[in-house]
Design a protein around this ligand. Structure first.
Ligand code: SF4
Length: 430
């Protein structure tokens, strides 16, 4: 038997998908990247935004079209089971099983009862099945969130923050060294790691343990909330080169009244102080952030302040989202809710263009400079090697194409940038 996994949403969802895949592996079911060969199709859904529910809707329609007439089991799990499940069950009666969020036990029980032959033998389950085709491993250090930002559904979908004990994380990280040389620490808010189980922020303690795992050449910390990041932690980055000076700090906005209404704290002055403070300590630090434009009370002055901040603070990677009334539209098919989507869309596109233009100028200055990079694979269609520069996080910051062939099989290399576009670099091996 073969299985096909469609993992939607964020990296935290990918970790769940890898756990579901590991259960299938333990029953000798093989993964296929060709859906038409699959006996089991598992869709791990995202429900963070209405847009994501729309993507799930499209994905299920497409799968059922492709698989029409074939004998297979369609199983859906993930965040939709915590938001809009009733609606999707009505929309998609063809789905054989809806597995609740992270209900690994329930998934296995269903397979044993309705899918696997009675004499199916189970071998020990590996922690996770690596679903990525790159040189990186996501380590989800906590799940859930206690921050309750005004626009966010995550706390109601994933619940309160639950950190994973350091020993378990070290064990998981060691078990996944075969999957890549880069370890990416993820959670909804990595900077609050440990508060629930150790009564204090324990991110530095965790990092110190993970730094001891030699197989990982790079460690990257993602999703650090600006209100909870501690400047005292920079010492760890200064003393450990394999801890990449890559800081993903989502700010959402800089206007004081909007930040206050979002139930967040740091705005223009303190955010400027935070980013400049990090740069003073680590001059080669690189930042990723996200902006949310179109918040109901947003004014022209607020956007001018945001423009001023983006001009003043050197942020390389910026994701832009339009405000969406998620809390008002908990359901998926709430007819009649009046919301000006069009103006938000226009604003999102306008700011995406702005940050793209800003980034174009920044990457141009990189041409002729040398950077550490990682070789991740060979593109047979184009006949070139590809990978990422150290300041490119997996899946979000674009790709590096290598010119020529490396002298050794080593995946850690140095390159000189010969061509640079915002998310597309060409590097010559040094
Ligand atoms: S910190 Fe992130 S996940 Fe948590 S409530 Fe805010 S936006 Fe949502």
């Amino acid at each position: 038997m073969k299985y096909y996994i469609e993992s939607l949403g964020c990296a935290k969802n990918t970790v769940d998908s890898e756990r579901f895949a590991a259960i299938l592996d333990s029953y000798h079911i093989k993964e296929t990247h060709e859906i038409t060969e699959a006996d089991i199709v598992l869709v791990n859904s995202c429900a963070f935004l209405l847009k994501a529910l729309g993507e799930l809707d499209d994905a299920l329609c497409e799968i059922m079209d492709i698989m029409e007439g074939k004998k297979y089991k369609l199983i859906v799990t993930g965040c939709v089971t915590k938001r809009a499940l009733k609606t999707f069950k009505e929309f998609f009666p063809e789905v054989n099983k809806w597995v609740m969020l992270k209900d690994f036990e329930g998934f296995e029980q269903y397979l044993k009862r309705y899918v696997f032959p009675k004499n199916a033998v189970r071998k020990p389950v590996p922690i996770r099945h690596d679903l990525s085709d790159g040189q990186y491993v996501y380590l989800r250090i906590a799940d859930g969130c206690d921050n309750h930002c005004s626009y966010c559904m995550i706390p109601s979908i994933r619940g309160p923050m639950r950190s994973v004990p350091i020993e378990e994380l070290v064990k998981e990280a060691k078990a996944m060294t075969h999957a890549g040389q880069e370890l990416c620490l993820i959670a909804q808010d990595t900077s609050m790691y440990g508060m629930d189980i150790y009564g204090e922020k324990a991110l530095p303690r965790l990092i110190e343990e993970l730094l001891k795992i030699e197989e990982y050449k790079w460690i990257r910390v993602l999703y650090m909330h600006p209100d909870h990041f501690e400047m005292s932690w920079l010492k760890l980055w200064k003393e450990n080169p394999k801890l990449l000076p890559y800081f993903e700090i989502p700010i959402q906005h800089v206007s004081p009244h909007i930040i206050h209404e979002m139930n967040r704290k740091k705005s223009y002055v303190l955010l400027t102080k935070l980013f400049e403070g990090i740069i003073n300590e680590l001059p080669n630090a690189v930042f990723r952030t996200t902006l949310m434009v179109g918040y109901p009370s947003e004014t022209k002055e607020d956007l001018l302040l945001l423009d001023k901040f983006m001009q003043e603070v050197e942020i390389l990677h910026t994701g832009v989202f339009a405000y969406s009334p998620e809390k008002e539209l908990v359901g998926y098919d709430d007819e009649g809710y009046r919301f000006d989507w069009a103006s938000r869309q226009t604003l999102e596109v306008k700011y995406a263009k702005k940050v793209f233009t800003l980034k174009e100028k920044k990457v141009e200055k990189m041409i002729g400079k040398t950077f550490d990079a990682i070789v991740e694979g060979y593109d047979h269609d184009h006949g070139w090697l590809y990978g990422r520069l150290w300041f490119q996080a997996p899946e979000v910051d674009g790709i590096l194409i290598f010119e020529g062939k490396p002298k050794s099989e080593n995946t850690q290399v140095k390159v000189e940038i010969v061509h640079a576009l915002p998310d597309y670099f060409i590097g010559r091996f040094i």
